[in-house]
Design a protein around this ligand. Structure first.
Ligand code: SME
Length: 158
């Protein structure tokens, strides 16, 4: 496997500060999701997609995102996003080709990180990050992104 070394153009604490600044005084979920994924797409190297899926009917529906147009609907429990939504647990997939049921919105995607979003105990969607590189997301990346998601959700729990 090719070794991938990534240093975000921003340190985790700067990412946190930027997110805090973007959210400051604004509580519109859709607008804040749009800026959150734009920030991640700009600042995290090696991504080809960053965005949200929201719960809708039985499954998930596309929310704001950065990257190529993507699948609009994901059936309940389907793919990496469906697994995160069903188990309410982050899915960190080093090689999407090895993930049974992975949904290839973009054939260039090789690794993926999906974090479920819970606001005051209510499931509000997932944040999905995709990379064309194998094994793009480290355990440390996961911890940083989960922390940002937690703060993002806490901001909306008012
Ligand atoms: N790969 C995802 C589908 C969403 S796109 O990657 C944007 C999945 O398997 O759930």
């Amino acid at each position: 496997m090719t070794e991938q070394i990534h240093s975000s153009t921003m340190r985790p604490e700067d990412l946190r500060d930027s997110l805090k600044g973007l959210l400051s005084g604004e509580y519109n979920w859709l607008a804040n999701c749009a800026n959150f994924c734009a920030l991640l797409y700009q600042e995290l190297p090696g991504l080809n997609w960053a965005g949200f899926y929201y719960p809708d009917e039985d499954g998930l529906v596309l929310g704001p995102f950065q990257g190529k147009p993507a699948c609009v609907r994901i059936g309940a429990g389907r793919g990496v996003c469906g697994a995160a939504a069903k188990n309410l647990q982050t899915q960190r997939v080093a090689d999407v080709h090895a993930f049974p049921g992975h949904i290839a919105c973009d054939i260039a995607s090789r690794s993926e990180l999906v974090v479920p979003l819970l606001v005051g105990g209510e499931f509000r969607g997932v944040l999905d990050l995709d990379s064309p590189e194998l094994n793009r997301f480290t355990a440390e990346d996961q911890a940083v992104i989960e922390h940002l998601c937690r703060e993002f959700c806490e901001h909306h729990a008012v």
